[in-house]
Design a binder for this molecule. Structure first.
Ligand SMILES: Nc1ncnc2c1ncn2[C@@H]1O[C@H](COP(=O)(O)OP(=O)(O)OP(=O)(O)O)[C@@H](O)[C@H]1O
Length: 971
């Protein structure tokens, strides 16, 4: 039986009779005893069914047939049906088989709530509850995994909407780090972007449930890496690249204003947001972010997107995000990472080769890793006197592979080459055009490509001081769509001068980062008072003694730590105070089932546990009044920035010691994504038989002093070579279908100085230089073909076995209507191109041809297990406990690693007052309505296809058939 609507029904009776009609008029059932649905509150006593005969025309109109799936029809009200069949039948939800979303699903920690990885074991319909507000989040699916835990798609009955809830692992270090994300995002949302105009993900809520910090975000869609992947690693159309660039820049401008460095900008952390029209992108994952004046860690950013200054160990600013942004823009266009370095050496080598320059001498002189990658070819006298340049030539020369090996006693990992051309101009210029693109569109696009090259040049600029700011970049013709006529001269902007490095904070898993994020309570004169006064945080005066020495220490992770070194403490120059945080990380770290606390239980941890009888630590919202000082006060560490440089022992995990993830030692990092490497390597045979010893990461490098071997620098400084004009296939009969960049054919194939098709202004200002492009180009035969498995951790050979004929199924209409690319932008240049293209059906997100064909013929060095890059240890722990679950972590292709940053000072410049807004309310109006998450969709609004493969030239491109759950965790 069933009642489908108030106006009528189409149901199934017990004995198989069907009946329909207007229930409300029982009289029409002609004396029959009818099964009246219980919801009407009328008791039924007998079942009598018969064919219902409509009495009049009105009756006929009342008939409503609701077509539901057969399964739904057969099972609707099944419990009642069973009960009717057998009055003894009792239903209990507990007996339902559970559909697990978390793997492994065996509960071994936290009273069986957590698996061995300290992940909350989720099942479909598992309910997360903010006990303070009683808001319920019903888990429906898992959207992704990250270093920090799981992200679940949840239904919020109260608002009738879906959200994404990041459920942090039940470990103090993760917890602490996640609080940084909460704090930074809350501030960004509320203070800097209340109107949600800057493409930063919205945070709605956060709470602790079952000892897991749960952070509720707006629900977003596919990330840009996945988008490229679905597009089979062919670049997106220039109009889309322009659109996304503009939006990302808005986000980066906001971050710069707020003085926040994202520190992990990469395609995976930029998600599509298709619930708004037109579709947008949003930047996510602020778990690595820090304040610009609190740059504590030196080993940040995913490798492909890592800036030279971070790589070299130089002080950094928000400019590092601009470097990453440049890499992302290039990748969106090319479909492949611009600098897919298999190691840091390889990364730098690629930068130097593709950009034709090297970091400026003032950086090389100061950076702590310079000696690892460069030799000094100037005189030591010059260097010591700060005269680091010999004339216009650099004093430093990059090490060759052999020199690196001799110095580091190990071969550097070198990855494959994916592009036929080796300088930026040639790579972009010769990237295959869309097949069958009308000639006039090709001409237009070739002009926009020139703008793109110029744009990229300002972003992937070695000199951080010269690198364009978000504001400057946003005025570039590539972004504005204005015609590009000559190299862009950015408007001046007051540079943010990095403050000299004056503190080194090491190895405190959470504390360091809190400090790094500028969230430490120890900001003089800014934020202590509230803690003293807080009724929720009873303070215990504590002599500071040597507490400052715990900078970067594990604090409460260790049993022998006193209050002063516990998470729940802070101090200033005269006192150390301890407070009791109900949701302090230590309180979340009790694993009786495991036999022992993972990291040790600090004294105050135990107290915290006892303090909260009502929740036993479960479901206590950090915002429940007792958590208010969190952004400023719940620093995991009591350290206060010393006024002078301070360094903790080199044996700490934060150092590049033997256990450092930088050394690729698993035990060095609890939060490492190194598991990724394991998975990554299992997936393919790389053809690399390297040892398990890390070949990357800061080493115990020996500064050997200047090497005056008489070698002259071979690096052309900043040479900008623009291979311009028409693309090769206009001039030649090159087969664009083979995905290979063409060279050697007539015209502008390899960067020859053919500028006949360029505006004269460009021709005069942008010098064409073919030498690098030509001389460095490899021959077709020697070209290394890109193997997606080489840098796509989600790629698997098995995918090749799958039928790649699912275009149509991939292409749903869900993305359609979502994105109005450039349509609202009446600008010229790119805009013009959009319109023109659109009319000729050329406004495709994708270009039909990738740079080169995929092949397994040549397998180079992957980001390997040796390389800690997949590991993304934002903070460290010595505890080998963590290693056990590393293989559960998702793979990374990116190589972000964590090593302690160094602080560059500005320690007294507090932004403390800006971080007081931890508690955010769930804004119903802002809630995502749970729009489609459709990684398989391959078209945007306007019917613009971006993922269609028409006459796909390559047969062995992996189909984009990875499950949704995989897409998110690329890194
Ligand atoms: N708001 C969101 N909407 C939809 N999916 C999301 C959202 N936030 C995160 N995800 C998915 O979850 C994945 C992991 O999220 P996130 O990057 O924030 O976690 P993480 O643990 O910090 O990851 P990482 O290991 O990169 O640091 C993302 O790649 C994405 O697929």
């Amino acid at each position: 039986m069933g009642l489908e609507s108030a106006g009528g029904f189409f149901g199934k009776s017990l004995n198989g009779f069907y009946f329909n009609g207007a229930i409300k008029e029982n009289s029409k059932l002609r004396g029959q005893k009818v099964l009246i649905p219980l919801i009407w509150g009328i008791a039924m006593d007998e079942l009598v069914f018969g064919a219902y005969t409509p009495q009049d025309e009105a009756d006929r109109k009342l008939r409503v047939v609701v077509r539901r799936p057969l399964v739904a029809r057969l099972t609707k009200d099944i419990i009642e049906t069973y009960q009717i069949c057998n009055p003894q039948f009792k239903y209990s939800e507990e007996l339902n088989p559970k559909r697990f979303l978390t793997s492994p699903s065996v509960g071994v920690l936290n009273d069986g709530y957590d698996n061995v990885n300290s992940d909350l074991i989720l099942t479909v319909n598992f309910v997360l509850i903010n006990l303070e507000t009683q808001r319920r989040y019903i888990v429906k699916d898992v959207l992704g995994h990250g270093t920090f835990g799981q992200v679940a798609k949840c239904w919020v009955p109260e608002t009738g909407s879906f959200v994404a809830v990041k459920i942090i692992k039940n470990q103090p270090a993760y917890y602490q780090q996640a609080l940084v994300e909460v704090s930074i995002l809350t501030t960004l949302n509320k203070k800097y972007d209340p109107e949600d105009k800057h493409h930063i993900v919205r945070i709605y809520d956060y709470f602790v449930y079952q000892r897991h910090l749960c952070i509720c975000f707006e629900l977003l869609d596919t990330n840009l890496y996945e988008l490229i992947k679905i597009n089979h690693f062919r670049g997106l159309s220039l109009s889309i690249v322009q659109l996304f660039s503009k939006q990302i820049l808005r986000g980066l401008a906001l971050l710069k204003d707020a003085g926040i460095i994202h520190c992990d900008l990469k395609p995976e952390n930029i998600l599509l947001c298709t619930s708004v029209k037109p579709a947008e992108i949003k930047i996510i994952d602020f778990g690595s972010a820090c304040m610009e004046d609190r740059t504590v860690y030196s080993y940040i950013q995913s490798r492909y997107y890592r800036s030279p200054e971070v790589l070299l160990g130089y002080q950094y600013t928000t400019a590092i995000d601009m470097w990453s942004f440049g890499c992302i823009v290039a990748e969106l266009f090319l479909g492949l990472p611009l600098f897919p370095g298999a190691s840091e050496f390889d990364l730098l080598r690629r930068m130097i080769e593709i950009l034709g320059g090297q970091p400026p001498d003032y950086v090389l002189k100061e950076a702590k890793n310079t000696s690892k990658f460069f030799k000094c070819i100037g005189s030591i006298h010059n260097v010591e006197n700060g005269e680091v340049s010999i004339g216009s030539r650099s004093t430093y020369q990059a090490l060759t592979e052999e020199e690196y090996e001799a110095r580091e006693l190990k071969k550097p990992l070198i990855g494959k080459e994916y592009f036929n051309h080796k300088n930026l101009e040639a790579i972009v210029t010769n990237y295959p055009y869309r097949k069958n693109l009308p000639k006039e569109d090709v001409i237009k696009e070739s002009q926009i490509r020139l703008a793109l090259i110029d744009f990229l040049r300002g972003l992937v600029e070695f000199d951080p001081a010269k690198r364009w700011s978000p504001f400057q970049a946003s005025k570039h013709p590539f972004v504005t769509g204005e015609p590009f006529t000559s190299p862009y001269r950015p408007p001046p902007e007051t540079p943010r001068l990095p403050v000299a490095q004056n503190i080194k904070v090491d190895h405190h898993p959470g504390g360091g980062h809190w400090f790094a994020a500028g969230l430490s309570p120890n900001i003089p004169n800014r934020n202590r008072v509230s803690y003293h006064n807080s009724p929720h945080f009873p303070m215990v005066p504590y002599g500071h003694a040597n507490s400052y020495g715990s900078i970067g220490s594990h604090g409460s992770y260790n049993d022998n730590a006193g209050l002063g070194s516990s998470y729940g403490s802070y101090g200033d120059s005269s006192n150390m105070f301890a407070y009791y945080s109900p949701v302090g990380p230590s309180a979340m770290n009790m694993h009786p089932q495991a036999g022992a606390s993972m990291l040790g239980s600090s004294p105050d941890a135990r107290r915290r546990i006892m303090q909260y009888s009502h929740g036993n630590g479960l479901g206590v919202s950090p915002s429940a009044g007792n958590f208010a000082p969190l952004p400023l006060g719940t620093s995991p560490s009591q350290f206060t920035p010393p006024s002078s440089y301070s360094q903790v022992s080199g044996g700490s995990p934060g150092h590049y010691g033997p256990t450092s993830p930088a050394r690729n030692s698993c035990q060095g990092s609890p939060l490492s994504k190194m598991a990724a490497a394991g998975q990554f390597n299992r997936r393919k045979s790389w053809g690399y038989s390297g040892s398990s010893q890390s070949l990357e990461g800061p080493s115990s490098s020996n500064w050997q002093g200047p090497v005056t071997d008489g070698t002259t620098s071979s690096q052309a400084e900043g040479s900008s070579q623009v291979a311009s004009g028409l693309p090769s296939h206009i001039h030649s009969n090159s087969n664009t279908a083979n995905w290979k960049q063409q060279r050697g054919s007539v015209g502008m194939v390899t960067g020859y100085s053919n500028i006949q098709n360029m505006p004269s202004s460009i021709g005069s200002n942008v010098q064409l230089q073919h030498s690098a492009g030509v001389s460095q180009d490899k021959s077709e035969s020697s070209m290394s073909l890109p193997d997606p498995g080489d840098w796509d951790p989600n790629y698997s050979d098995e995918l090749l076995l799958q039928e790649d004929g699912s275009d149509e199924s991939c292409i749903t209409t869900e993305f359609n209507r979502g994105l109005h690319i450039g349509s609202a932008d009446s600008s010229v240049g790119v805009g013009r191109f959009n319109r023109a293209s659109a009319t000729s059906s050329n406004l495709s997100i994708q270009r039909q041809n990738g740079p080169i064909g995929f092949s397994h013929a040549e397998v180079g060095s992957p980001p390997s297990a040796n390389d800690p890059h997949p590991g993304y240890p934002r903070f460290m722990s010595k505890h080998s406990h963590f290693t056990s679950h590393m293989t559960q972590n998702s793979p990374s292709r990116l190589g972000q690693q964590m090593a302690p940053r160094y602080n560059h000072g500005r320690s007294t410049v507090a932004r403390g007052s800006e971080w007081n807004h931890m508690k955010v309310q769930l804004p119903p109006s802002n809630f995502n309505s749970g729009g489609p998450r459709s990684p398989g969709n391959s078209s945007f609004s306007n019917g613009i296809p971006w993922g269609r493969r028409v006459n796909h030239p390559v047969s062995n491109i992996p189909p984009a058939s990875r499950g949704r759950k995989d897409y998110g965790r690329i890194a």
